[in-house]
Design a protein around this ligand. Sequence first.
Ligand code: OAD
Length: 256
Amino acid sequence: MYVPDPKILALLRIADSVVVLTGSGVSAESGIPTFRDALTGLWSKFDPADLATPEAFARDPAMVSRWYDERRRNVAKCTPNAGHIALVALQRRILAAGKRFTLITQNVDRLHQAAGSTDVIELHGTLWTWRCMDCGVETEERGPAFDVYPPRCVCGGPRRPAVVWFGEELPKHEHLKAQRAAGSCRLFISLGTSAVVHPAAGLIDLALRNGAQLLEVNPQETPYSHRAHWCIRGPSGEVLPRLMDAVFVSDKTPAG
Ligand code: OAD
């Protein structure tokens, strides 16, 4: 059982600006597979070159769009876990104290928003929005499976999921907002991400270069573990609630 380190609690209490970068590990306990975990990760079963590149969509738009639509419908069955919910509490607490909090996610499932997190920066887009390749119109999709793959826009053009594929740029506005937050925060929390995909992982470098403390929460090591000031090894759905409880409990302790 994870017992929070008092120094980490102190860090969470004094930091006047906190950035959290999340990856698919945060949604693992909601039943959504990660990408690179050895047996269960999506990229252990599928080749991203066949599914997550513009070239793959150009080659086989029916297969690629069907795969993403299946993921969309699987995600629709999932609900936020205790880790997502603890992050909502963290955001509220920090904002209520007049401090800055930024949640940046690489996840495309919108479970942070479903839990109640606000102003989430989606670096890799979302499975819930589909964009016409011809006219560029984006539409939110919450319904059942599409009738045809790739789904069609009212203009007749093929539609693709509004996610970021390998070889594509991050959405400019989101990336800029994420860079500004990472470059000016006191505490950067890397949560449930392998931190191997750039430019997202580069936000950690940016934060460190600008003097932030780095806290990593992950059952496994990452390329940034040796540069982290603190590492908590465990699943976010267990670690974060304990961390938040400890912060809140010490808040309630009467002075003197
Ligand atoms: P990865 O699959 O690369 O990494 C998932 C991380 O979550 C690993 O470091 C695991 O150890 C950790 N993990 C597993 N279970 C966990 C749990 N219960 N709590 C906390 N951590 C846990 O997924 P990402 O880092 O999200 O990009 O991958 C980054 C990007 O690569 C994704 O956004 C996606 C993918 O290709 C695109 O699709 C563009």
